[in-house]
Design a binder for this molecule. Structure first.
Ligand SMILES: [Fe+2]
Length: 323
């Protein structure tokens, strides 16, 4: 069916990357033509916005499956009790035992939920294909999510820089202490005293991994500046000072706010990102400001990541994290 529905779908680019999809009725199954249109728009634009309205869990599940198999959520304690593919990401100032108890002051504002620029799970050898975030309860102030496009970032590099970095590899190591991050972080970030005990930060088993600095988009062959600044450490085999300078320059280029999109959430907006291409960041919210979102993950493995230690099996089971 639904030629009618197909005809109503409209792709509205909102900048150099990113597009809003209008006219997709997610309260019922989409036609295969509609799904193809949406997938093609995702490959072309990198992020897709489906404006809020009546979007609910069912709509989010239906949309997520357009892009591939779904991956069970990272941690059982955040999963929906009746749906292992759905998790809640929330900040509640009244929660006396929050999962994430470490907050930061960034740019002079105390914030919960701040995250630096990254693609999800850069500290793993396998990288999920994408994710859908639905903002069920937007923050009354702040709470934006930033997106930056690693294809256009590559295109902004000089030919000399493109040639220099084409075959480099980057080592990543999970870092639970954002204030000690090296690349893509603001200079004025400091951790706040922990108000509550508990929350993440210990017991992780994430050995260092290696990812190429440049990949090609699978569907189009376009080059991607595949850098995730938040957990990046150094360029494999390069002098450390040279590596630090190069990664800082590339992170600045990739995450330049002039070329980024910062989404202002409306209730039940859904944003889908291509995690093999886009980087994103979370602005966070003031400490007295509630915010809640639902998140689903699209499975995948781009197959070129590996552990730094060749003795480790890249398919070994580890506890995944949400970032
Ligand atoms: Fe993320």
């Amino acid at each position: 069916m639904s030629t009618t529905q197909m005809d109503r779908i409209e792709v509205r680019p909102f900048g150099p990357f990113g597009a809003e999809i209008a006219g997709a009725d997610l309260s019922r199954p989409l036609s295969s033509e509609a799904e193809q249109t949406i997938r093609a728009a995702w490959v072309e634009h990198g992020i897709l916005l489906f404006r809020g309205g009546d979007n609910d869990d069912d709509a989010q599940m239906r949309l997520s499956r357009v892009f591939g198999e779904m991956e069970a959520s990272a941690t059982a304690d955040m999963n929906d009790p009746t749906n292992r593919f759905m998790m809640t990401l929330a900040y509640d100032p009244d929660d006396t035992a929050p999962k994430f108890a470490q907050h930061y002051n960034v740019d002079g504002t105390d914030r919960a939920g701040w995250l630096g620029w990254h693609w999800d799970q850069a500290f793993m050898p396998t990288i999920v294909r994408g994710a859908v975030l639905r903002m069920t309860h937007p923050a009354r102030t702040m709470g934006r999510t930033g997106f930056a496009d690693a294809i256009s970032a590559w295109q902004r590099l000089s030919p000399a820089m493109q040639a220099r970095i084409a075959n480099l590899e980057v080592v990543y190591l999970f870092n639970p202490d954002f204030a000690s991050g090296q690349f893509g972080f603001p200079s004025d970030i400091r951790p706040l005293p922990r108000v509550h005990q508990g929350g993440g930060g210990s017991g992780f088993d994430f050995p260092p991994v290696v990812h190429p600095l440049v990949i090609e988009q699978v569907e189009t062959g376009r080059k991607v500046l595949k850098l995730s600044p938040m957990h990046a450490r150094y360029i494999l085999g390069m002098d450390r000072a040279e590596s630090d300078a190069l990664l800082a320059e590339l992170a600045g280029m990739l995450c330049d706010p002039e070329h980024a999109h910062f989404h202002e959430w409306q209730p039940n907006d859904m944003m889908v990102w291509d995690n093999w291409r886009m980087v994103h960041m979370a602005e966070g919210v003031p400490l007295d400001c509630r915010r809640s979102a639902r998140r689903t993950t699209i499975a995948g493995d781009y197959e070129v990541g590996r552990y730094l230690d060749p003795a480790l099996d890249r398919d070994r089971q580890v506890k995944r994290l949400v970032d």
